[in-house]
Design a protein around this ligand. Structure first.
Ligand SMILES: Cc1cc2nc3c(=O)[nH]c(=O)nc-3n(C[C@H](O)[C@H](O)[C@H](O)COP(=O)(O)OP(=O)(O)OC[C@H]3O[C@@H](n4cnc5c(N)ncnc54)[C@H](O)[C@@H]3O)c2cc1C
Length: 557
């Protein structure tokens, strides 16, 4: 039952909420961060959460879209975290599927501990409500050939690149190792210092620029620090060498493995949305409320406290939700414009200048691919979960093969269910193409680079997602001015990905929500720890023991 009273006229009165004797937390957004906040409040406090969600689905960017029984994961979501807190939280929501394999090992505080993956599913448990342990495979497609990702300096790579190009790569790497660029301010400098100019130009520049739509020299080095943690030619070589002597990895936490080299991850049987739908179910079961089709338009304040949120629904009806605490996972750019008392001009200026990148997936159901893996049993579907398309003659950025995330993502497992990903801006022509034209473009591009025959396409659908990537350019370098403003509202917590304008994965988004609840429980009004999540910069660790300590703390959280 919904607690709001709907009115046709504007309503500025606080909404009636059941259990008025309990404190209320009003949460904007039913994505991972909003749902985690609500779940934590219900399990750890007496506070009642009320989630206001503008769409009709659960999971935000991490939802799963079901198209005729074929499921699309927007971007492909690996469930992996260096945080035990998050790993344990996920497996409480959906346990790991019963397996006869040896128990997986989780490293904890640099120690190892085993977790029991049951050898049999309990008869009372729903066999569909499980996480699968999946192998990660992703390669780069370039020059109409596959290259390992991360790049390995193998004989195969050398043959595919040719001797001259390999020589130039080696030379420019040595140059970067001996004479690194002094100050790393942008992503181009970050890449060159780790990989050398030639390897950067061959394998990183074109894809990264497809993703962001701007030159790497205009992107902050902070992006690299967050996303390419600790990865370098040296660590790639070391990894390849150690792999020769190592038993297969059974550690699902994999703390000693750098994020870009992870080889196993958890994945819900029916895609990421399954976790978030289950969390939503539990929230309602425990007495929380989730109100969908309800867009937050205004934050009402009294001094430095938020007192209520004003919303509209699809019918244009307005409501007001009063509360004691407020969480927002909505894009910060929209929140800044939603305060009833306008922030200082500089804050509005920085907020208006924040940039996002948008994202489209074309789902293509095909009979077969032209590419395959050769096995002793014959040819089979390539094992990649996703493939980076480095080819500069197509707009296509990445290709998902949903069969390889979970076979249960595909209605008829004899078919191949693909996601063709295009990174763009809402203002771009490609965003505005009709679905039919976009499907035609996607089909043509995939045939052009030799991955399918156009005649193999059986069905297709298109998804457009706004603001999937908060960018580290535009006015991002002045973000502290926004933070200073919002942090003054003691009972307002900005959490998650767009909520904090951070390139946060689910685990980071969840940790910010968990830590906000920690703050409420502890009566702590200092939000610095929340802003620290996902700022661990492993490349600093190599130089500074202070940063290393901080990283160790982050990993333990
Ligand atoms: C391409 C891609 C690949 C990714 N891969 C991974 C991965 O492999 N692993 C991983 O862990 N993470 C991955 N992520 C990141 C993950 O998707 C996000 O970290 C996570 O979804 C963020 O959760 P959130 O709750 O902060 O925000 P969101 O998921 O964006 O949810 C926010 C919710 O708020 C709602 N909302 C917004 N404004 C309002 C408003 N005004 N009123 C009411 N409701 C509102 C939205 O409708 C949405 O439901 C990926 C992301 C992308 C884009």
């Amino acid at each position: 039952m919904l607690s709001c009273r709907t009115q046709k006229r504007p309503c500025y009165r606080p909404i009636e909420v059941i259990d008025t004797d309990r404190k209320i937390a009003v949460i904007i957004g039913a994505g991972p961060a909003g749902l985690t906040a609500a779940h934590e409040l219900l399990t750890r406090t007496g506070i009642k959460p009320v989630i206001l969600e503008k769409s009709t689905y659960m999971g935000g960017i991490s939802r799963t879209v079901n198209y005729k029984g074929n499921r699309i994961d927007i971007g492909g979501h690996r469930f992996f975290s260096k945080s035990d807190r998050v790993m344990e939280w996920w497996s409480r929501i959906l346990p790991i599927q019963a397996s006869e394999n040896v128990p997986a090992t989780i490293r904890y505080h640099r120690m190892e501990r085993k977790i029991d993956v049951p050898s049999k599913t309990s008869p009372s448990a729903n066999p569909d409500n499980v996480m699968l342990v999946r192998a990660r495979k992703s390669r780069i497609y370039y020059l109409r050939r596959f290259f390992d990702y991360p790049i390995t300096l193998s004989q195969d790579t050398v043959l595919k690149l040719g001797l001259w190009r390999t020589f130039k790569i080696g030379l420019s790497y040595i140059k970067s190792a001996l004479f690194p660029l002094g100050k790393e301010e942008n992503l181009e400098q970050f890449f060159i210092n780790r990989f050398g100019r030639e390897l950067y130009a061959t394998f990183f520049k074109s894809y990264t620029e497809k993703v962001w739509g701007v030159p790497c020299s205009e992107i902050s080095a902070e992006w690299g620090a967050q996303r390419i943690k600790g990865l370098s030619v040296w660590s790639t070589l070391k990894h390849a060498f150690l792999k020769l002597f190592k038993k297969p990895e059974t550690d699902i936490s994999q703390k000693k493995t750098e994020t870009s080299l992870i080889e196993q991850f958890l994945y819900p049987k029916f895609g990421p949305g399954q976790v978030w739908e289950e969390v939503a179910r539990q929230i309602v079961e425990m007495g929380g409320q989730i109100i969908t089709g309800c867009k937050v338009e205004k934050l009402l304040t009294d001094g430095w406290r938020v007192t209520a949120l004003e919303t509209t629904n699809a019918a244009g009806e307005r409501n007001t939700f009063a509360g004691d605490y407020f969480f927002s996972t909505a894009p910060i750019k929209e929140i800044i414009r939603s305060f009833d008392v306008a922030p200082a001009q500089n804050v509005v200026e920085v907020s208006d200048g924040l940039v996002y990148r948008d994202f489209m997936t074309v789902g293509l159901l095909v009979g077969s691919l032209k590419i395959s893996d050769q096995t002793p049993q014959g040819k089979r579907l390539v094992r990649d979960n996703w493939i980076y398309i480095q080819e500069p003659d197509v707009l296509l950025g990445r290709l998902q093969i949903f069969n390889n995330w979970s076979p249960f993502m595909v209605a008829d497992q004899s078919k191949v269910w693909l996601g063709l990903e295009y990174f763009c801006n809402e203002s771009d022509d490609i965003w505005k193409l009709s679905d039919d034209r976009l499907v035609a473009l996607a089909t043509e591009e995939l045939s052009k680079i030799g991955i399918i025959e156009a005649s193999e396409v059986l069905d297709a659908t298109v998804l457009r997602m706004e603001k999937t990537y908060p960018a580290y350019f535009g006015t991002y370098d002045r973000f502290a001015e926004i933070r200073q403003h919002v942090d003054r509202y003691q009972n307002l917590f900005l959490v998650g990905r767009n909520g904090m304008h951070r390139y946060n994965n689910q685990d980071h988004s969840m940790l910010t929500a968990m830590m906000a609840v920690d703050n409420i429980i502890a009566g702590n009004t200092d939000k610095a720890a929340l802003w620290e999540v996902n700022t661990e910069m492993d490349y600093h660790e190599q130089k500074s023991s202070g940063a290393e300590t901080r990283q160790a703390q982050m990993a333990a959280s």
